[in-house]
Design a binder for this molecule. Structure first.
Ligand SMILES: [Zn+2]
Length: 373
């Protein structure tokens, strides 16, 4: 008889539920790890949507995908003085139809840029408060000369106002404040990983996915909360495991917990520091490897080997495979094909890659190596 923990019906049920959730958790992790290419969900009249898309298309891709949704509402707080608002932690941008001048396409598009500017300054994610300081936290932002009176109200608005002018008329910003222009020019440059997804397959797939939520923009916000909660619970479960390991003096549990916590933190910060996404998938895979070694009652040396094997497998499966799959799916069947491939790759890749990596490193199936009684 195998020694397993699923001895009571309640535990069995919990195991089944966990197994069913695993692909979704895996997808959640992949979507958090890879450089973002899913475009915001855009809502409004046909004209308004066209103006928003026209504005997004002129932005560097890594800026265009920063908000999760951009929607037009009749008014904000019942006053025409507020043209737009950005709920930064959720990446939700609203534009006011009745805001002063918003019927003028230039004002409308400038407002889109202003709000995206807030998202560039503050990537969505409750954890982003822990990342390196926001651009607006330090000079030249928050100090004159300013592009407008409104920019003088606080450093956040200074950044957004400067960003708006940088998009509309870069030379005009440079004439007012060259240091701010330099800083914004620097932020326009994508990182290596961001450049990797800046190709038609990902742009078009990302736009297609964003559009699927048009009828339910709230669902998009809801999924964003789910995504962040998932990452948070991963970090939390990891730290619980560390505590457990310390109390039981079990170094493997401590390692497992540290890897999970590290993965959670890495995924949380990946929107601002893209390479942390790769590191997080490696840590996630590594934790699968430690678990497999635990099940196989492997010694310390083989546990480390299993951790490394599964870590490599985790990166290949949870990061590389979904991206390659998206490109392939798009080539074969357009944006819908890309989205479907991303879904499949994200659900299966990470866990499968890590398990194979662990199996390879341990030399035999972790399942077969389970202790018997
Ligand atoms: Zn603002």
């Amino acid at each position: 008889v195998k020694i397993t923990s699923s001895t009571t019906p309640a535990r069995k049920l919990a195991h089944v539920a966990q197994a069913g959730l695993r692909p979704l958790v895996s997808l959640n992790n992949t979507l958090s790890a890879v450089p973002k290419f899913i475009y915001p969900t855009v809502t409004g009249t046909a004209d308004q949507q066209a103006m928003i898309w026209e504005t997004l298309d002129k932005l560097p891709m890594h800026h265009a995908v920063r908000p999760n949704s951009i929607g037009v509402v009749p008014s904000i707080d019942g006053t025409p003085n507020i043209l737009g608002r950005n709920l930064s932690p959720l990446g939700r941008v609203t534009l006011s139809e009745s805001g002063h001048g918003m019927s003028n396409p230039d004002v409308f598009k400038n407002t889109v840029n202003h709000e995206v500017g807030h998202s560039v300054d503050h990537p969505s994610g409750f954890f982003s408060i822990f990342t390196k300081s926001r651009p607006s936290d330090s000079e030249p932002f928050g100090a004159g000369p300013n592009v407008s009176d409104y920019a003088g109200t606080n450093p956040r608005e200074d950044f957004a106002e400067s960003y708006e002018l940088h998009r509309h008329d870069p030379q005009a910003l440079r004439d007012v404040n060259a240091a701010k222009a330099d800083e914004l020019q620097q932020l326009d440059k994508p990182t290596y990983l961001q450049r990797l997804v800046d190709r038609p397959a990902f742009r078009e797939t990302g736009k297609w996915i964003g559009k699927q939520f048009q009828a339910y923009p709230q669902l998009r916000t809801g999924l964003e909360i789910v995504r962040q909660t998932g990452i948070f619970s991963l970090a939390l479960a990891g730290s619980a495991k560390v505590t457990e390991g310390v109390i039981d003096k079990d170094s493997r549990d401590v390692a497992l917990g540290l890897l999970q916590t590290g993965a959670g933190v890495g995924l949380a910060l990946a929107p601002s520091v893209p390479w942390l996404g790769v590191a997080a998938t490696a840590a996630l895979g590594g934790s699968v490897g430690v678990k497999a070694a635990q099940d196989a009652q492997a010694d310390a040396g083989r546990t480390v080997a299993s951790m490394i094997g599964a870590g490599v497998g985790g990166v290949l499966g949870g990061f590389v495979t979904p991206l390659v799959a998206t490109q392939l799916g798009y080539t074969l069947a357009g944006p819908a094909g890309g989205a479907l491939a991303l879904l499949a790759g994200g659900m299966l890749g990470g866990t499968l890659g890590a398990k194979l990596g662990a199996k390879f490193a341990l030399g035999k199936s972790p399942e077969g190596a389970r202790p018997q009684e």
